[in-house]
Design a binder for this molecule. Structure first.
Ligand code: HSE
Length: 399
């Protein structure tokens, strides 16, 4: 089996390493050797072991009949989408880590692969090295999925852990995540929650078999979380995590990405650093959790190569993936229910007590000039309406 890798960045170089280093065990598992024939990148890498494989033109790859499988790890939609589509149309299976591509065009690419009895596989697009997609598609098949939720972005989880435990600044934490190869090329994708949003859109599409457009998911990142919020959370023996969540209620599916103050008993509380964790709740199964390295060169590459092995073992056999192009209409964000941690100036304490019907002030008086409290369960709409009447300093969803 001959493969080509599109992109020699963090993940691409990881795939190159994994295939070369674990070649013997991979060959045993596939039953045939997997050989890298080309690596596509615009750059040159003088002195790097990739040099003899480097090509700069996709045509060299697509026009070579020896290529069986194409690995797309370039990221972004352009030119990844055109390359992947052409590869599939030409009968090559594709394995990708590109969550932007999968969230936007997954349903279409899956259907092309199905028509041609080949495969479009994307294990590394969610949860880095965690084999969550394969499990969701092939193991959680007897259940109605009631909820999928978790920590889906390694960069922000790493940043928040370092900020909380080592007291470093937001910018330092981000620079560190970038140096470790966790962050996206444009870090806004991580810190604004867009990356987690695409990942929960992918998982929700797989859980319900329909297209969930990531643009429909309300998304908030971590940029508004301040040191004071972290101090409040610590005082309340809670942690702030960027939570991506989708769930079914009364026949509708709801989804959201936002920071959340979670209690220390929550299994996501000890999920720190670059680790991700995903909880799936089935109506028969109950809750199961997947945990592991959510980003980084080798864990992500390992997931990509596991797809290469699957694709090699199913050369002209499509592995069924239930994800139709039919669009799912999500339940309105305004109707979602929850509790909220809120900070307002002390001068507005009485007004806040009245608006939120608070009878007892919780002991979270971290700052005397502020009134901080936790609401009862209420709808997002009712919460927004009440907040419009106050000068809210900060609010965070609260478990
Ligand atoms: N930037 C992503 C993260 C990479 O930090 O989770 C893995 O998808």
């Amino acid at each position: 089996m001959k493969i080509a890798i599109l992109g020699y960045g963090t993940v691409g170089s990881g795939v190159f390493n994994v295939i070369r280093e674990n070649n013997a065990i991979i060959e045993k598992r596939v039953g045939a050797p997997i050989e890298i024939k080309y690596v596509l990148d615009l750059r040159d890498f003088p002195g790097d072991p990739v040099e003899p494989y480097l090509v700069h033109d996709f045509r060299t790859i697509i026009e070579d009949p020896e290529i069986d499988i194409i690995v797309e790890v370039m990221g972004g939609l352009k030119p990844a989408y055109d390359f992947v589509k052409e590869a599939l149309l030409s009968g090559r299976s594709v394995c990708t880590s590109n969550k932007e591509l999968v969230a936007a065009y997954g349903a279409e690419l899956i259907s092309i692969a199905k028509e041609r009895s080949i495969n479009f596989l994307f294990e590394a697009s969610v949860g880095g090295g965690i084999p969550v997609i394969r499990q969701l598609m092939r193991s959680v098949t007897a259940d109605e999925v009631e909820e999928v939720s978790g920590i889906l972005n390694g960069t922000t989880n790493y940043m928040m852990t370092r900020m909380r435990e080592d007291g470093i600044s937001f910018d330092e934490a981000l620079a560190d995540a970038q140096a470790n190869g966790f962050a996206e090329r444009n870090p806004a994708a991580d810190i604004e929650g867009y990356d987690a949003c695409r990942k929960i859109a992918i998982l929700t599409s797989l859980a319900y078999g329909q297209q969930v457009d990531y643009q429909d998911i309300y998304t908030e990142g971590i940029t508004k979380i301040s040191e004071a919020d972290v101090a409040y959370a610590k005082a309340m023996k809670r942690g702030i995590k960027l939570i991506a969540r989708s769930y079914q209620k009364d026949g509708k599916v709801y989804a959201m990405v936002s920071p959340m103050m979670i209690r220390s008993k929550n299994p996501l509380y000890p999920v720190n650093g670059v680790f991700n964790a995903i909880m799936v709740r089935g109506n028969m199964l109950g809750e199961i959790m997947f945990y592991g390295m959510g980003a980084g060169k080798l864990p992500t590459a390992s997931a990509v190569v596991s797809d290469v092995i699957d694709a090699a073992k199913h050369r002209f056999v499509n592995i069924p993936i239930l994800w139709s192009t039919e669009k799912m209409t999500l339940g309105a964000k305004e109707d979602m229910q929850g509790r909220f941690f809120v900070r307002v100036p002390a001068s507005e304490a009485d007004k806040a007590r009245e608006l939120f019907a608070i009878h007892k002030t919780p002991e979270i008086a971290e700052k005397p000039e502020e009134f901080a409290f936790v609401t009862k369960e209420m709808s997002e709409k009712a919460f927004a309406d009440a907040c419009a009447k106050l000068s809210v300093i900060a609010s965070i969803r609260y478990e």
